[in-house]
Ligand binder design. Structure first.
Ligand code: KIV
Ligand code: ZN
Length: 503
């Protein structure tokens, strides 16, 4: 590693601490896919698994070692030779291998987990490092439950394992117990009291049981730690680990701390979504940085301030984490400014609309719905009553027959530039029959429907249906919206709205 005291190394443990969460298990090929993404993200270390724990974990470390080139690939062990042998074997293809071995450091663990003494545990830690060092140069030592360990004993242990060859010393707050100032003081104590601390890098590994994992990691960094162990979306044992995207964005946002990483933050949003999808672990909407609402503004006061000057209500540029733009959510609390912004985005010219009148109608609908979407706005603007296209094709007549035991059949008359045209078709449902009849008239082949959503404006069986269709014609995608109290009519309107964009 390069010696830059302000460079913070990112040790990702999504595939080890994160993956050990029930329900988050991944196959080897899924782990390799994420490991490659982590390499593109720019992490310094990938903790690829705990090889002795299962043949699957062993194989994942092997395959990840083969698949990535730049990051260090790390394998976890307990402080015994069998675990270390398995880790050594699993890392044989790694370009930059690291063994992560360790043992409990708190009296709680020494007495109630190992039923042993401080002296014995310290010796076991030293022996494990010495043994691993015979095979791999880069050895990280973890002092489990260091958060609750006695600082003087911890310092003694850390000094001994560094003397035995540890290159990185991990000070885990295994149970997420520490307060930020306590954890920071612990790191400072080690910096000041471990004689050979300059021979190793201190790593922070914080759990989120009290929601303090990111704050504690930051406190550790400020006090001298140079590596952070973290996971995408903060997944991990119980309440999780420090979230990678949070700690990196903290350092990026507060540049006066003078610390930097080599992470390409623009990949955050997509990678977060991928990890969430693959691990079946939804990201909470209000999660910092990557939550669905992290860049969504919904109150009128905020929306107005945001539209005047983005930084009034945003400290991070959404583009920095890979999002195109922030979102202004239209709700009953939105003001005219936000409504106007959305209407302009949909192509309406502000000077040509009566904003006050539309705003009154908007509030009526918004009071009945949680969120007003684009198609609701189009409906408000009367898009159901007129074609958006001057010379566009419109429906003159639509008649469908369906129901058990009839074959769904549709008769369609279209008003086209050169007059009225009629066609009849059957299909596997009334909408299918109608689309087929329309296709016969417009004589366009190979139109594929990619998305077809039916929704209601207010709810209730007498409601107006709104249909959004995305169709593909000659490799181009066209979007169409349709509205009607009749679902088939709304679908036909949406289809023609899209078709009118290219015929
Ligand atoms: O939380 C912890 O203490 C750990 C160690 C195994 C590093 O995950
Ligand atoms: Zn952990």
């Amino acid at each position: 590693m390069i010696h830059d005291p302000n460079r913070i190394y990112i040790f990702d443990t999504t595939l080890r601490d994160g993956e050990q969460v029930p329900g988050c298990q991944l196959t080897t090929s899924e782990k390799v896919e994420i490991a490659k993404e982590l390499e593109l993200l720019g992490v310094d270390v990938i903790e690829a698994g705990f090889p002795i724990s299962s043949p699957g974990d062993f194989e994942s470390v092997v395959q990840i070692s083969k698949a990535v080139n730049h990051p260090i690939v790390c394998a976890l062990t307990r402080a015994n030779q069998k675990d270390i042998d398995a880790a050594v074997e699993s890392l044989k293809y790694a370009k930059h291998p690291r063994i992560h071995t360790g043992i409990g450091a708190s009296d709680m663990h020494i007495i109630h987990k190992f039923k042993s003494t401080r002296e014995d545990i310290l010796q076991r830690g030293v022996d494990a490092v010495k043994y691993a060092k015979k095979y791999v140069e880069d050895i990280e030592f973890y002092a489990e439950d260091a958060g609750r360990a006695d600082n003087a004993f911890l310092a003694q242990m850390i000094e001994a394992v560094i003397a035995a060859g540890a290159t990185v010393v991990n000070i885990p707050d295994t149970n997420g117990y520490c307060l930020p100032h306590q954890y920071g003081e612990k790191i400072k104590y080690l910096m000041d009291n471990v004689q050979n601390i300059d021979k190793a890098i201190i790593s922070v590994h914080c759990h989120n049981d009290l929601g303090l994992a990111t704050a504690n990691s930051l406190s550790g960094i400020v006090n001298g730690a140079r590596q952070v162990e973290c996971t995408i979306n903060g997944i991990g044992e119980r309440a999780g680990n420090t979230s990678l995207e949070e700690i990196v964005m903290v350092l990026k946002t507060h540049q006066n701390l003078g610390k930097h990483t080599q992470i390409n933050t623009k990949r955050f949003y997509d990678l977060s979504a991928k990890v969430s999808r693959m691990m079946h672990m939804p990201v909470q909407p209000n999660k910092a940085i990557v939550g669905k609402n992290a860049f969504a503004h919904s109150s009128g006061i905020h929306q107005d301030g945001f539209l005047k000057h983005r930084e009034n209500y945003e400290i991070i540029n959404p583009e920095d984490i890979g999002l195109d733009q922030s979102e202004i959510i239209l709700t009953a609390r939105s003001g005219r400014h936000a409504l106007k912004h959305h209407l302009e985005r949909l192509g309406y010219v502000a000077e040509k609309i009566n904003l006050d009148e539309i705003y009154d109608r908007f509030l009526v609908v918004a009071d009945r719905k949680k969120e007003i979407k684009d198609d609701d706005l189009l409906f408000l603007m009367g898009a159901d009553k007129k074609s958006n296209y001057k010379d566009g094709v419109t429906i003159k007549l639509l008649q469908v027959m369906c129901g058990d035991p009839l074959i769904p059949t549709s008769i369609v008359k279209l008003d086209m530039k050169d007059g009225i045209h009629e066609a009849t078709s059957s299909g596997n449902g009334p909408v299918d029959a109608t689309i087929k009849a329309i296709n016969k008239i417009i004589e366009k082949e190979n139109i594929t429907i990619k998305d077809f959503h039916i929704d209601a404006i207010h709810g209730g069986s007498d409601d107006v249906s709104k249909v959004n269709m995305r169709i593909v014609y000659q490799d181009k995608t066209y979007n169409g919206y349709g509205f009607s109290t009749d679902i088939v009519q709304a679908s036909a309107n949406a289809y023609l709205d899209a078709v009118n964009k290219f015929i």
